[in-house]
Design a binder for this molecule. Structure first.
Ligand code: PEP
Ligand code: MN
Length: 336
């Protein structure tokens, strides 16, 4: 159950509501986000919603039977739009293209990617400065200095930055230089990290865990939301299955299922989803037809020379072509 409270509810009225919830066998938890005050009731008992609904200080009350609540569409039917400022929005009627290298490598590379994005009117650049690598001997990113350099160029070009945050201490370190935090597939259930991201006022894109279920992804989002930050996006990036012909198995099913279950924008990551450069485009276009609110993909001037994930990275010509087809596919989707 979600009870949305009046902004200036008295402590006395709040206590009366939590006492009533307890008497109905619902465990109350107070959630204060940057946007609203809520009481979340977890429990399964049957009762007459009017018993609570008439109490003083309640703006709205919804029954949500799942354990994830605030991210559920049973509470908020309308899709959420994430506003990054300067007219860049993601979700509902605003489709987002986010593109860039797997890793930020050099100033020269940053400038080339930004020029490529500008030529295609793409407003959000991806890239990792802290890289989660399976082997400790692989390139692990340029760190905060790389991010500062990237930020200088991106800001001058009017491009927004999304980058992966791997640990709690990086949240504050990165804050001034990014527009969106990315929680990687290896950290989807790092609950300390999620709790802390609940306290910041910048959007967070949460990737699905490598072997994570759709429900677990929703719970991870609930952590950040109930921690205070409602500005969330979810990302399908493929899961580990027994199939070895592709890097991961892109779960296209997850897109319409998530769109039904949550009001948050759903982003598709076909690069990690299939992991094979020449198959990235069909999976991207299929994700759009499945209902994605945006795509995030890897591109590099010379993918063969990329420090990471070159095998799934598009060169600029492939990226130009795919962006054109993304826009055609969107037109087709809108014509339905
Ligand atoms: C990435 O975006 O480069 C990345 C490491 O993604 P994931 O966490 O999905 O593996
Ligand atoms: Mn990558």
């Amino acid at each position: 159950m979600i009870i949305q409270l009046d902004k200036n509810i008295s402590e006395k009225n709040k206590k009366a509501i939590t006492d009533k919830m307890s008497s109905l066998k619902f465990k109350p938890t107070e959630v204060l986000t940057q946007k609203g005050d809520y009481l979340i009731g977890t429990g399964k008992a049957d009762f007459d919603i009017r018993d609570l609904g008439q109490m003083a200080g309640i703006q709205d009350i919804h029954m949500v039977s799942d354990d994830y609540q605030l991210v559920s569409r049973k509470w908020k039917v309308d899709y959420t739009t994430i506003d990054l400022g300067d007219g860049v929005k993601v979700g509902a009627n605003d489709f987002a293209i986010m593109a860039g290298p797997c890793s930020i490598e050099s100033e020269e590379q940053i400038v080339k990617v930004i020029d490529h994005l500008k030529a295609n009117n793409v407003k959000i650049m991806r890239g990792g400065v802290y890289k989660p690598r399976s082997s400790p001997y692989s390139f692990r990113g340029l760190g905060i200095d790389g991010l500062k350099l990237w930020h200088q160029h991106a800001k001058a070009a009017g491009i927004k930055i999304i980058t992966e945050v791997m640990q709690v201490s990086q949240i504050a370190e990165m804050y001034d230089y990014i527009d969106m935090y990315q929680v990687g597939a290896r950290n989807t259930q790092n609950f300390n990290l999620l709790d802390e991201l609940g306290k910041v006022d910048k959007p967070v894109l949460i990737k699905r865990g490598i072997s994570g279920t759709i429900e677990e992804l929703l719970y991870s989002a609930e952590y950040v939301f109930s921690g205070g930050n409602e500005r969330l996006l979810l990302c399908e990036r493929g899961i580990r299955t027994y199939e070895k012909a592709s890097r991961n198995t892109m779960d296209l099913n997850a897109i319409p299922i998530l769109k039904e279950k949550t009001h948050l924008p759903i982003i598709a990551d076909p690069s990690h989803g299939i992991g094979i450069r020449h198959h990235v485009e069909p999976i991207t276009l299929a994700s759009i037809m499945a209902g994605a609110d945006g795509v995030i993909f890897e591109t590099h001037e010379i993918p063969e020379k990329a420090y990471s994930d070159g095998q799934q990275t598009l060169n600029f010509r492939e990226s130009d072509n795919m962006i054109a087809r993304i826009r055609k596919t969107l037109e087709l989707r809108e014509s339905f």
